[in-house]
Ligand binder design. Sequence first.
Ligand SMILES: Cc1cc2nc3c(=O)[nH]c(=O)nc-3n(C[C@H](O)[C@H](O)[C@H](O)COP(=O)(O)O)c2cc1C
Length: 243
Amino acid sequence: MTITTHRRQFLSIFGRWLAAIGLFAILPPKKAAPQSVRQILGASMKLPKPNTKGQLTVEQAIQQRRTVRAYSQQLISLEGLSQLLWSAQGITGRRGLKRAAPSAGALYPMDLYAVVGHRAVNQLEAGVYHYDPQEHGLTMVNKQDLRKVVARACLSQMWMASAPIHLVITAEYQRITGKYGQRGIRYAFIEAGHIGQNLFLQAEALGLKAGIVGAYHDEKLIEIMAIPRTHEPLLVMPIGYAA
Ligand SMILES: Cc1cc2nc3c(=O)[nH]c(=O)nc-3n(C[C@H](O)[C@H](O)[C@H](O)COP(=O)(O)O)c2cc1C
């Protein structure tokens, strides 16, 4: 190989390298992934370990399930709340990735919030909490009993306020539309349905009853709960013992 061939080869590689740098410079910067609630709010409070053995069969839970709109003032135990959250979004795979409900592409665009009333859950103050599946823990987002305000935002369905807790299922579309485009939004709706049914059946297995609410002002709910604007509420589920 002559020196000229060497030089030509070097110039060709160098040229390609320069072109790559140039291309990189004109490409729009990649959108930063949204911060998780744990990144924003910090550490979470650990919940009791979930139980994987119950008394009721799946068939009985399906048969019994009904939307309930009147609740007694009986407290929910912290174990009960822990179980409900686990059934919705808890980690069930051994390597810590897979969750209780299916998710398109295992991208998990959902977040789960608990609106807890005053003297509603044993050992837990009133407030809005974010569920952290990795830690199986809760992080407080707002320190008030917001059940009445939430019920008002749900087109004044005041029956909701009698439930000790409201579980709010939200979706952050950016986590799924990157891969699936607009179709990702459809997938998030479907995932919310899976989570909702898990909650209905888990509530039955615990002797609790659930309601389901899709009628509310999205923006109002986000504002009241003080949750990130990108977390769009898809379902609100009041849960408690039947009146
Ligand atoms: C997406 C969705 C939204 C709903 N929204 C409301 C609601 O805002 N208020 C309400 O009282 N019930 C709501 N429901 C409950 C339905 O009215 C209920 O599921 C239906 O009457 C059937 O009764 P069942 O759930 O007891 O079988 C909703 C149900 C679904 C699936």
